[in-house]
Design a protein. Structure first.
Length: 231
């Protein structure tokens, strides 16, 4: 995930997207995206929830709770355009390439041009809309980077099955260990049960991904370390 400077609009739009998300029941599927268009802020997205949010009230609460962060980023107002859809039935992200690093939050280059500032995945996404895939992928890699001798890799998360009836995962890595051995290790040790994993991190405040980017995270525990062995 991108290491985000707290004194930027990028930080604010991502924090605001998570703040809006926090007003929706966790059991609902929700994707919130915030776009700062200079003169106004567009809040778009969709949720399976039928409870309509009062974005004006939420904005006022946000400004009170995060006044110092807003001041640091030179944001003193938001003119909200509400494009949220409710009671939506939509497919969630199930197959995706994830960039993994032993330091979960890493510096990444900014766009060459940046007319608008838009919140980015996984911020504003509920756990059941792809966010837990990011967490679970980092959870797995946190067990293995020492063994693999690499600080980062690309991981394709999927629960679709291949011809061998295994999850059809894939990796791109500079490790000296053959890719097929790494994939076999992952499949032998980890069960890919996202529902069970979500229960373990259910009390985690998603805001902490932004507010404390380099502090300990509950999805980085190493409870399976004794099983991560290559022969």
């Amino acid at each position: 995930m991108r290491l985000i400077n707290k004194k930027t609009k990028r930080f604010i739009v991502n924090l605001f997207s998570d703040y809006i998300l926090s007003k929706i029941n966790k059991s609902e599927k929700s994707i919130i995206q915030v776009c700062d268009c200079i003169n106004f802020v567009v809040v778009s997205g969709k949720s399976s929830s039928k409870d309509i949010l009062d974005l004006q009230k939420i904005k006022e609460e946000f400004f009170k709770e995060y006044s110092s962060e807003l001041e640091d980023a030179n944001v003193d107002h938001m003119n909200i355009i509400d494009l949220l859809s409710y009671g939506s039935d939509f497919d969630v992200l199930e197959d995706v390439w994830i960039s993994l690093d032993k330091n979960v939050f890493t510096s990444k280059s900014e766009p060459v041009t940046n007319l608008f500032t838009v919140s980015e995945f996984p911020y504003g996404h509920s756990l059941n809309c792809g966010r837990s895939i990011v967490y679970y992928s980092n959870y797995m890699f946190n067990h293995m980077y020492n063994l693999l001798g690499v600080n980062n890799l690309e991981f394709y998360f999927t629960k679709k099955l291949n011809s061998d009836e295994d999850f059809d995962i894939d990796i791109i890595s500079n490790s000296n260990i053959p890719k097929e051995k790494i994939k076999s290790l992952i499949l032998d040790v980890f069960d890919f049960d996202l529902d069970k994993f979500n229960e373990r991190i259910n009390n985690y405040n998603l805001f902490e991904d932004l507010l404390t980017q380099n502090k300990e995270k509950p999805y980085l525990i190493q409870d399976m370390l004794e099983h991560v062995i290559l022969i």
